[in-house]
Design a binder for this molecule. Structure first.
Ligand SMILES: *Cc1c(COP(=O)(O)O)cnc(C)c1O
Length: 394
């Protein structure tokens, strides 16, 4: 656990957990760019391969920099164990490959990351794993988990782009009664704002590419939870199949964790202010942000999250034409579907991230033609308002 066990405060763990200095006594964490490790003797090599002696063998299995990142993230999520992966998608894949077999079912909220939907429907379905998509906010929909064969219940709170929240403890109970595990993709809140394991989840997934890095530099992911799940099931899959995190990326992410809470609070404060400003704008019909008075699940969100996060979605009066006008009038905000960066981004979900689903399904999911999503970065919020006002006031 390095210098920062779980008895220390979050901010201290973010900076100190996972530190294991080499004999050089470097102050900053060392970066081990090596694919393999050497042994003192044939006997030691045999003992390491057999798992009888602890130690590094090969960086597909483990690497000191990757281990440092895993220990620090585990300390922040208050998880027994963590394995890092090459990307967020490989974290979800590794979790599914480790915990599911042909004939098993996933019950997932329908408002989850697009590539996760593709993974469940186009990839896992070919291997006999079926996914039922439900309304994540409907408590009754959780009961779909009760159907036989359900092994994973999957959620991504707050959902993207509509920022829907679900009651963690209640859903965990439904999942456990059905013999399923509750898996939460904590990408949008990060442990700085929300601790899904403490709310009853069994597994936490991360796309470290987003806020854990926070500066748009590297890809990475992680799976966290109890040792029996993470070390016992997910790690053996990863070690064999190979979507492991690169030591370089692990080092970047490790340093990203040091500023995570400061960044998440700054993102959230700016997003909340932008949300209130948008709500007061005559050309905006509705704003979706968890901590707004108008958010239908505000009380629940406030119980489960320390702040509202960086994602603000809003319906512009005048449909697609008006929404596109707002995008095209921006001079600073980046027109891209990516998020989790210091640079704010804007996207029209109906024709990008959610463009491939039918118009009816989009409407049912509440993703209208006038909906825009801003992932608020760390620029001045006054500059963000000016950039959006240009198109809104036109
Ligand atoms: C980006 C993202 C992923 C996938 O992560 P990658 O690192 O791009 O593979 C998964 N879930 C959510 C919520 C995301 O935003």
């Amino acid at each position: 656990m390095g210098e920062g066990g779980e008895s220390l405060d979050f901010d201290t763990r973010a900076v100190r957990a996972g530190v294991a200095r080499t004999h050089f006594n470097e102050h900053s964490e060392a970066l081990f760019l090596t694919s393999s490790f050497v042994f003192d003797s044939a006997a030691q090599a045999a003992a390491r391969f057999a798992g009888e002696e602890a130690g590094f063998v090969y960086s597909r299995f483990s690497n000191p920099t990757v281990t440092a990142f895993q220990e620090r993230l585990a300390a922040l999520e208050e998880a027994e164990a963590c394995v890092a992966t090459a990307s967020g998608m490989s974290a979800i894949l590794a979790c599914c490959m480790a915990l599911l077999k042909s004939g098993d079912r996933i019950v997932s909220s329908s408002s989850i990351f697009g590539a996760t939907v593709q993974l469940f429907t186009n990839v896992l379905a070919r291997f006999g794993v079926e996914t039922a998509f439900v309304d994540g906010t409907d408590p009754a929909a959780g009961r779909a988990a009760g159907r036989p064969g359900t092994k994973l219940v999957f959620r991504e709170p707050p959902s993207n782009p509509l920022t829907e929240v679900f009651a963690g403890a209640a859903l965990a109970e439904v999942a456990h009664e059905a013999g399923a595990l509750l898996v939460v993709d904590n990408c949008l809140c990060t442990p700085a704002l929300q601790l899904p394991l403490a709310l009853g989840a069994d597994v936490v997934i991360h796309s470290a590419t987003k806020y854990l890095d926070g500066q748009g530099r590297v890809l990475g992911g992680a799976v966290l939870g109890r040792k029996e799940i993470v070390t016992g099931a997910v790690f053996p899959f990863l070690r064999t199949a190979g979507p492991s995190l690169s030591p370089f990326n692990a080092w970047v992410l490790l340093k990203g964790l040091e500023t995570l809470r400061l960044r998440m609070e700054a993102h959230s404060a700016a997003a909340f202010e932008l949300a209130r400003w948008l709500e007061a704008h005559p050309r905006v019909a509705r704003v979706h942000y968890p901590f707004l008075e108008s958010h239908p699940q505000r009380a629940l969100a406030k119980r489960q999250q320390r702040a509202g996060g960086a994602i603000v979605s809003f319906d512009v009066r005048g449909g697609r034409e008006a929404a596109w006008r707002v995008i095209d009038a921006t001079r600073m905000i980046s027109i891209t579907a990516n998020l989790g960066d210091t640079k704010s981004t804007i996207t029209h979900p109906g024709t990008t991230t959610h463009g491939r689903i039918s118009a009816e399904a989009r409407a049912a999911a509440g993703i209208g033609e006038g909906l825009l999503r801003v992932a608020v970065g760390l620029e001045s919020v006054e500059d963000l308002k000016r950039d959006l006002a240009r198109g809104l006031d036109a």
